[in-house]
Design a protein around this ligand. Structure first.
Ligand SMILES: *Cc1c(COP(=O)(O)O)cnc(C)c1O
Length: 386
């Protein structure tokens, strides 16, 4: 929600920039921790969603762990004070250098995505005289019913070990003296809004945890990943995800033994609503069939619409008083030399003019961190509510 004070402040600033509402961020983090504590669930923050320093500081201060997908993220987690007993390292392509770094940092767990990776981690750990804690990322073949670009839990995806490969995994684990199996790990996709999907996931986790236990393994950690969606259509009225309902599904449907811990890896749901991309209208182009608003921000600042066909609410902050009048349809586009550099077609906005401030909402997850310098653009700046 942008008050006049905030909009006046924006007027003084050069655009484009990300605006972080730290109040929204803290409310979200608090709501998640409160809900998770109710069930004694452990939440790791999926750092790839946003590694802005202020965001990491805030997340860390609420006691979350860190879910990392690169060696540099592991390094950042350690530097930002996430306890090493709360750092997990996932990713389908960990390099030897990254694995060695994580071994030296004594992280909590490697989430391992193939038999070959198990063998490599075992060798590297042996060379250091260490035992590496591992969880097996299993591809549960659950359809996340989300956009096919961001689904990860189907057999056809590159992630995780398929169920038919598990006997091989079990043999490998028995033979690898420098690996300790901690648990099993899942992550079926992102922006999941239908909680039924997580119910299906629970059923699969129960079956697979049972499978490992029957093979004589002790499964201490059930890591069910992240993926909880947010409301991109109503960023002001629904700006904190329903963590209670989400965790309740797992509490109701996951079989958790007394010695087991349940771990989550939430990214988007913790940070998405805390930021907007603020841009200015550079040009208004009226065509015969189309009107274009050309912004000073594009796919170099926020690539989600172009990469995943993602929806973001777009608002004209300079014409709020006119918002009730007959709207005009604009294709809201960026300045980049690519036809796909369009935030959305046929956006209904009040009549808009050169210099107007535009907010692209719900941009706190996979926004600033995916910015690029394509076209030799400046690195996008960030501005904070305090
Ligand atoms: C990206 C990712 C997450 C977080 O996903 P969100 O949809 O942002 O919650 C969690 N776990 C793994 C392994 C990931 O790659």
């Amino acid at each position: 929600m942008f008050t006049n004070d905030i909009t006046n402040r924006f007027q003084q600033l050069e655009t484009p920039f990300y605006y972080y509402d730290l109040n929204v961020l803290r409310n979200t983090l608090q709501a998640c921790q409160t809900a998770a504590n109710k069930y004694n669930f452990h939440v790791h923050y999926a750092m790839k969603a946003n590694f802005n320093p202020k965001v990491l500081q805030a997340v860390q201060s609420y006691g979350f762990g860190a879910d990392c997908v690169s060696g540099n993220e592991v390094k950042a987690a350690v530097e930002y004070g996430f306890g090493k007993d709360k750092v997990v390292f996932a990713g389908v392509g960990k390099s030897d250098r990254e694995i060695n770094y994580a071994l030296d940092a004594d992280i909590f767990c490697f989430n391992v995505e193939s038999v070959q990776e198990l063998l490599v981690i075992n060798d590297l750990a042996a060379a250091k005289g260490k035992i590496a804690n591992v969880a097996i990322r299993i591809n549960p073949n659950v359809d996340a019913h989300t956009h096919h670009f961001i689904t990860t839990g189907l057999e056809e995806n590159k992630f995780g070990v398929n169920v038919w490969q598990l006997p091989d995994v079990a043999d490998t684990l028995r033979n690898c003296k420098n690996l300790q199996l901690l648990g099993i790990h899942f992550h079926i996709g992102s922006q999941i809004t239908d909680l039924e999907t997580f119910k299906t996931l629970c059923t699969r986790v129960n079956e697979l945890s049972e499978w490992f236990e029957q093979k004589g393994f002790n499964i201490k950690v059930l890591n069910v990943g992240g993926g909880l969606g947010v409301n991109y259509y109503s960023p002001d009225h629904d700006n904190v995800a329903d963590f209670d309902a989400y965790f309740k599904v797992f509490s109701d449907f996951l079989n958790v033994k007394p010695n087991q811990e349940v771990h989550f890896e939430l990214g988007r749901a913790l940070v998405a609503q805390s930021a907007s991309l603020i841009a200015r209208v550079l040009y208004v182009k009226n065509g015969l069939k189309k009107n274009f608003l050309v912004l000073d921000a594009g796919m170099t600042e926020l690539i989600r619409p172009m990469l995943y066909q993602a929806y973001h609410q777009i608002e004209n902050l300079s014409q709020v008083a006119e918002a009730e009048k007959q709207p005009i349809k604009y294709d809201v586009v960026g300045p980049i030399c690519e036809s796909t550099d369009c935030f959305r077609k046929d956006v209904e906005l009040p009549e808009s003019f050169r210099g107007d401030l535009i907010a692209v909402r719900t941009a706190g997850a996979y926004g600033e961190v995916m910015a690029s310098r394509y076209n030799l653009r400046d690195q996008v700046e960030s501005v904070y509510s305090e």
